[in-house]
Design a protein. Sequence first.
Lengths: 68, 291
Amino acid sequence: MDHPVVHEVSARDGFLPIKTNAFDRGFIGVVFGIFLHLLWMRFLEQAIPLWVCTILTVLIGIYIVKRG
Amino acid sequence: MRSPVTGWLFLAPTILVLVVFGLVPFIYVAVVGFFDWNPFAANPDLVFAGVNNYRRLVFDNQFLRSIGLTLQFTFWVVLSQLIIGYLLAQLFMRDFPLKGLFRTIHTLPLLVAPIAVGAAWRLLCVPGLGPLPFYLNRWFGIDFRLGSFEHQAFITTVVMDIWHWTPLVTLTLLAGLSAMPKEPFESAQVDGANRWQTFWHIMLPLLKPVLITTTFIRLMDALRTVDEVWMLTGGGPGTATRYIGLHIWRVVFPQTDYGYGAAMSLMTLYLTIMLCWFLYVGLVARKPRAS
């Protein structure tokens, strides 16, 4: 009987300091987004609303997933 | 005959346990973190609060101080345990009389429940009754009062944790040392390497996977220390040993502020993940520099 096909998730080099697959980069994007939101709430929210940070986080997250 | 169904059937119990006892509580805590919830208040319902709990958290000086204290505690505890654990593991690699007995005695603290360790150390530290204040005063002239001096309370919690968990580090490093091949050390000896060179260029790289695994285990454990410190100092004097686990306990149970407690718990998990990730990147997965 044939062995079941294993789909390996390919790791690749990007600007991040480690080789990552898509899940890693998504995870790093989320972790970074939480960090940015916490900093924003502490230091910037009184001047700039939080949804600006959320949009920024989504953009940076996409960048990390594509190029990280 | 091999079939994916058989594999999934074997995995099913583990996945079930992980989902029921890991994933579901995690999602529950994550959801509660976005609500105000005090089940014993006039309105016991969950009231959606958005990110208000997290907004409150970043301005909560007591919480931030608890994080700072926990990081200090974790740093000293993990570093000391690695150094002492390594030295003890090296000692147990040599032959000496009654080695088996000493190794067994050395492992005994691991068998004691943390709450019992805290209780025992509390008895050791009671002024006028415990041997620790008595001998510290007699031999070194130190006025040891756990309930009065903040630095003494902090150091005692660190020493207690080292006493309790160093055997675990020793055992894992001992396993790592026992599994090492002899050939690289013999080659180094033939090449005239001194002890420091052998340690730095051969021993440490070979031991690195075990060291890193042990560091991760102890780091995650130290970040969520509650019971033994709770028994020894109760988080005091003042807030000198109110580590993050104790702080969450005080907010969730006596104050019954479940939503905020859930937010703090998630923050602690986040901190643990961040620390482990940075360690992982720094020690394990770093890409080689382009020459």
